[in-house]
Ligand binder design. Sequence first.
Ligand code: B12
Length: 211
Amino acid sequence: MHKCEEISNAIIKGKVKDVKELVNTAMEDGIPPRDILNNGMLSAMDIIGEDFAKGLVFLPDMMYASSAMKAGLEIIKPSLSQAGVNPIGRAVIGTVKGDQHDIGKNLVALMVESAGFEIIDLGVDVPAERFVTALEENPDCKIIGASALLTTTMDALKEAVAAIHDAGYKGKVKIMVGGAPITQEFADQIGADAYATDAGSAAVKAAELIS
Ligand code: B12
């Protein structure tokens, strides 16, 4: 069995220790960290997500899988990130109110950091007003990234964008949105400045937004 497939299977089963060992060996074997991420880790999240939707696995299974995924990510993180010493700007990022999903948001933070930004991570379940206070606390912030993974929290994303605009930051700070249920159309509809499908393109977009 290919190493990435083994990693994927271990994540699906929520086997933290096995994932750590397999990821370390894969790195030693010279498998590029991006392949480990895309072919081992992210595919595992897709599979467990589909199984959950079909009722084949339950919430605790998704929780174990996400812990295993996070353990593996910690190992490849330093190789994915090439954060510079002189940031090109500051970016605030968070997952919107009512939403606990942070794996994708963390990956976006990592990649945007690699693109040269200093990241202020507000975590998960972030109320709209908290995005605004973060901007007040960081007047030099150039970008806000907001993540929503549930169809039920898409409204919270809309509220966050509206709150930032209402507080007078429209045009002054670029708002980038993303997450599995988000589309370019939805991003346009709620007045966000940018949308990206994945962490890599989010980093490219972030750099473009301030150029
Ligand atoms: C892991 C997981 C969980 C974990 C989260 C742990 C954690 N710390 O994140 C736990 C177990 C807690 C969980 C809980 C729930 N989950 Co869940 N979960 C998942 C799962 C399997 C993987 C998510 C993930 O991490 N994917 C991997 C990352 C890397 O991908 P990503 O998040 O999409 O991020 C990428 C892009 O979207 C984008 N992106 C993300 N954020 C941003 C932000 C910006 C600014 C930009 C530009 C881009 C961007 O870039 C990222 C990197 O490339 C998904 C299934 C799936 N395939 O997505 C279900 C899924 C999202 N969950 C789902 C559900 C229903 C739930 C629960 C409601 C279940 C329940 N009955 O309680 C709860 C909700 C809890 C809450 N209030 O948030 C559904 C959502 C259905 C829907 N359409 O609304 C899914 C799709 C599963 C399914 N098929 O049914 N979940």
